[in-house]
Design a protein around this ligand. Structure first.
Ligand SMILES: [Zn+2]
Length: 385
C-alpha cells in the first residue's frame, strides 16, 4: 500500500540535490521513497496522511549501541555522580550479569530498548556483542542481536575477562571466537584504550577480522589520548567512535580519510568527560556521526534527540550539522548511505524511514531540548509509531 505524506512544513532530505524543502510531500511505496517534491504536485497514493505543517526528516541512524546485556549499574552511576571516577573495568559487572541471563531475558532487553529507540524516531540501529567474552556467550549475543538490530558488531575485544592473560585472550578473540561469531555479524570492533587493549593487541584482532571479511570499527580516544584514531585510519575502519581526546594530528588523519568520527556526547556527559571537539573535526573536513552508545554503564540513553541537542548547545554544531550527523553520518559510519534502500537520507529510492516532529522545524530539536518531539515514524514504509 502506498502512502502520501503531505502538508510537510519543512522536509530535511540530506540529499545534495533536494536539500531542505518547504510545503513538501513524500510518497512511500514498497518500503522505499517513491516520490518527493512540492505538495501541490504530489501524485495520488492509497493512503493520504496530512502532517499539518510539521517538520519531517530521515529516521535517526543510531550507529553505536550495546544492547545485548543484562543487569543494572544504577549504583555505579550514582557513585560516579558522587565523585567516583569512570574506569573501563565496570564492564565486568555487566559481563557477569549477561552470562547469567537466559536467552529469553536477553531477547526481552533487546526488544524493549529497540522499541524505546523506535518510539523516539530511530529507524536504523547497530548493536554489539561484548558482554559475553567466551566463545559461547559471544555467539549467543550475536545471534540474539541479529534478531533485533539492523547491524551487529562483534566486540569480543571489549575487556580482558577477569583472571585471563591479555595476550591469551587476544589469541582466543582473533581465533576460535572470531571463527564462531563471524557468520552472524557484519562488523568487528575493539576497545583500544588504557585498561582494555593496546594498539598491537587491537591491530591483531582487527586484521584477523578483516581477513574474515568483516568491516572494522574502533572504540578509541575515549578516556585519554591514545592510538585508537590512528589505528582506525591505518586499517581503513568505517568508523572510530568516542574521539573525546584528539590531537591535531588525529583530526588531520580523520579529515584525510574515509573513517567517520562517531561522537557519543551522552557518554561523555555520563562519565563527566569533556565533550569532543566536533567543531575542529567539521572545520577540518572530517565526516562526523552522532550516536547514543546506549549501554548500562557509561551511557544509558536511547535518545538521539538528546545527542543532537547536546551537539548543538554544547559542541557548537549547527542544527543542520547535528541532524545530518545523527542520520546521514550514522548511515555513512555503517556504509548504508548510498544506493537503493539507503538510510539516513530521503530521496527517490532511499528506504522509507521517516520521522515526523511535532514542530515546524528541526531547529526545535535544540530550541526545545528534552521535549519529546516525535509525532510519527515510518520504518521501511511501515508506520511504527
Ligand atoms: Zn561503545
Amino acid at each position: 500500500m502506498s502512502v502520501l505524506i503531505t502538508g510537510i512544513g519543512e522536509l530535511t532530505t540530506n540529499d545534495e540535490e533536494w536539500g531542505q524543502l518547504k510545503d513538501a510531500a513524500l510518497v512511500l511505496d514498497s518500503g522505499l521513497v517513491a516520490w518527493l517534491g512540492p505538495a501541490t504536485r504530489a501524485p495520488m497514493a492509497d493512503l493520504k496522511v496530512d502532517v499539518a505543517g510539521r517538520a519531517v526528516l530521515p529516521g535517526w541512524v543510531d550507529s553505536h549501541t550495546h544492547l545485548a546485556f543484562a543487569g543494572d549499574r544504577t549504583a555505579e552511576f550514582g557513585a560516579r555522580m558522587a565523585g567516583a571516577p569512570y574506569q573501563a573495568g565496570g564492564i565486568a559487572v555487566t559481563v557477569a550479569a549477561t552470562r547469567a541471563a537466559t536467552d529469553t531475558q536477553l531477547a526481552s532487553t533487546l526488544r524493549r530498548h529497540v522499541a524505546e529507540a523506535t518510539n523516539q524516531g530511530t529507524t536504523y540501529l547497530e548493536t554489539k556483542t561484548g558482554y559475553g567474552l567466551t566463545v559461547a556467550d559471544e555467539v549467543r549475543a550475536a545471534k540474539l542481536a541479529a534478531e533485533h538490530a539492523d547491524e551487529v558488531t562483534f566486540l569480543g575485544a571489549h575487556l580482558v575477562p577477569n583472571g585471563m592473560d591479555a595476550d591469551d585472550y587476544v589469541d582466543l578473540v582473533r581465533g576460535p571466537m572470531l571463527d564462531a561469531v563471524a557468520p552472524h555479524v557484519r562488523w568487528a570492533d575493539v576497545f583500544c584504550e588504557t585498561g582494555a587493549f593496546d594498539a598491537d593487541q587491537s591491530r591483531a584482532v582487527l586484521t584477523a577480522a578483516a581477513a574474515r571479511g568483516l568491516g572494522l570499527r574502533v572504540h578509541g580516544n575515549q578516556l585519554g589520548f591514545g592510538p585508537g584514531v590512528a589505528l582506525a585510519v591505518e586499517l581503513g575502519a568505517a568508523s572510530v567512535d568516542h574521539c573525546t581526546y584528539l590531537t591535531p594530528s588525529d583530526v588531520d588523519a580523520l579529515a584525510g580519510s574515509d573513517t567517520v568520527a562517531t561522537l557519543l556526547p551522552a557518554c561523555d556527559l555520563s562519565t563527566r568527560q569533556p565533550l569532543p571537539a566536533a567543531r575542529a573535526l567539521l572545520d577540518a573536513g572530517a565526516t562526523v556521526a552522532l550516536a547514543t552508545n546506549c549501554n548500562p554503564g557509561s551511557s544509558y540513553t536511547s535518545s538521539m534527540a538528546f545527542c543532537v541537542a547536546t551537539a548543538v548547545l554544547q559542541m557548537r554544531m549547527s542544527v543542520i550539522e547535528a541532524v545530518r550527523a545523527a542520520t546521514w553520518g550514522g548511515a555513512r559510519a555503517l556504509r548504508r548511505e548510498a544506493g537503493d534502500g539507503a538510510v539516513g537520507v530521503l530521496r527517490p529510492g532511499s528506504r522509507a524511514d521517516v520521522h515526523v516532529l511535532d514542530a515546524p522545524s528541526v531547529t526545535h530539536l535544540a530550541y526545545r531540548p528534552g521535549v519529546p518531539l516525535t509525532h510519527a515514524v515510518w520504518r521501511a514504509g511501515l508506520r511504527v509509531r
